[in-house]
Write a protein that binds this ligand. Structure first.
Ligand SMILES: [Zn+2]
Length: 347
């Protein structure tokens, strides 16, 4: 039995990407065999294709961290049965290190991640450790559910666990076209916070209003964002900043915060070495959090929240697995608004 998988055979542009006929993986005890229905693209997929620097991996490797599908085979004592709809938790934590023991498996020192160190989710079947499989929320279709794996989990940890955003607070979210930023705006709004979002693209700002943005600020470079944020907050500043753009917006992010404000960052697309602005940091007593992905307990909390609030991840466009190269091109172009999905198989 063969299956299709999207693998990179080197590093570079889409020329290193191939759709290969692969054997269906053998399920070992403790694993679940999943027939994949949907996936979703993340910037890390582009990073793996482009260089994969710093990620211990062998080539070829199947790309993909996002995924949702249906259980094909499970151990007899597994809580899952054949036919159950599931979502991939992209981490494969060791379960034994000090971080795993305290429920912070996202910090696992020996953990691996689908599509980074081991074969990912962009194939018709995946054999996943039981600990990397979560129930799919009934309220979401498979493409929507696949976007929980990375973007929504990342946004949830940033807002709920790190910033602990409160209903009466104001949050500034940079780069609203990206799927983490859009998820963050939807979560923040559902929590009752006032949301201010930025983008360089006025069309994205217009669309963001439909997804919970109370105020929109066009990023025209320089101090344009800070000036507008101060106007919108009566010169006070925001309680929380959520950002994944990095160097290009860091000075604006720091200067948009109220005294005692919290900044959470999960990315550095435009560079990772901005001025630390230490004087502002300590005088104004700002807290900076780094964050990436999240824990399984957070995944479960997030799922309950999404179902309770009736939230739906926004899908920009869905590409069939065979057209993954076109999907990656769209992601690279930055034209997308929300998650770029992959259709892998029938539901
Ligand atoms: Zn561990």
């Amino acid at each position: 039995m063969k299956m299709l998988g999207a693998r990179i055979h080197g590093h570079g542009g889409n020329e290193v990407l191939r759709l290969d006929d692969l054997p269906i993986p053998d399920r070992r005890p403790g694993e679940l065999l999943i027939r994949m229905v949907a996936g979703g693209l993340n910037r890390v997929d582009l990073y793996m294709r482009n260089s994969g620097a710093g990620m211990t991996h062998r080539l070829p490797i199947t790309l993909g961290l996002d995924g949702a599908g249906v259980i094909e085979e499970a151990d007899d004592d597994s809580p899952f049965r054949s036919g159950d709809p599931v979502v991939i938790y992209p981490g494969q934590p060791c379960g034994a290190c000090e971080f795993c023991r305290k429920g912070e498996e996202v910090l696992c020192t020996r953990g691996r991640i689908f599509g980074e160190q081991v074969d990912g989710t962009f194939s018709e079947f995946v054999a996943a450790p039981a600990g990397s499989v979560m129930r799919k929320p009934r309220s979401l279709d498979f493409v929507e559910a696949a976007s929980l794996s990375v973007a929504w989990l990342t946004a949830w940890r940033m807002i709920a666990t790190k910033a602990r955003l409160q209903a009466a607070e104001t949050v500034l979210i940079f780069g609203i076209g990206g799927s983490v930023s859009l998820a963050a705006a939807q979560i923040a709004r559902a929590l009752g916070a006032r949301t201010i979002v930025t983008s360089r693209d006025p069309k994205k700002l217009e669309r963001a209003r439909a997804f919970g943005a109370d105020e929109t600020v066009q990023d025209r470079g320089g101090a344009s964002i800070v000036d507008r944020v101060m106007e919108l907050t009566n010169k006070r500043g925001v309680d929380v900043v959520i950002e994944n753009v990095g160097e290009a917006v860091w000075p604006s992010a720091m200067r948009s915060l109220v005294r005692g404000g919290r900044l959470v960052t999960c990315g550095a697309t435009t560079g990772d070495d901005p001025s630390a602005d230490l004087r502002r940091l300590f005088i104004r007593q700002i807290t900076v959090f780094g964050s990436t992905l999240g824990n399984r307990a957070e995944f479960a909390e997030m799922t309950d929240f999404i179902e309770g609030k009736g939230l739906k991840p926004h899908i920009d466009e869905v590409f069939p697995l065979r057209d993954i190269a076109a999907g990656l091109e769209r992601l690279e172009s930055g034209r997308q608004f929300g998650k770029i999905g992959l259709a892998i198989g029938k539901a």
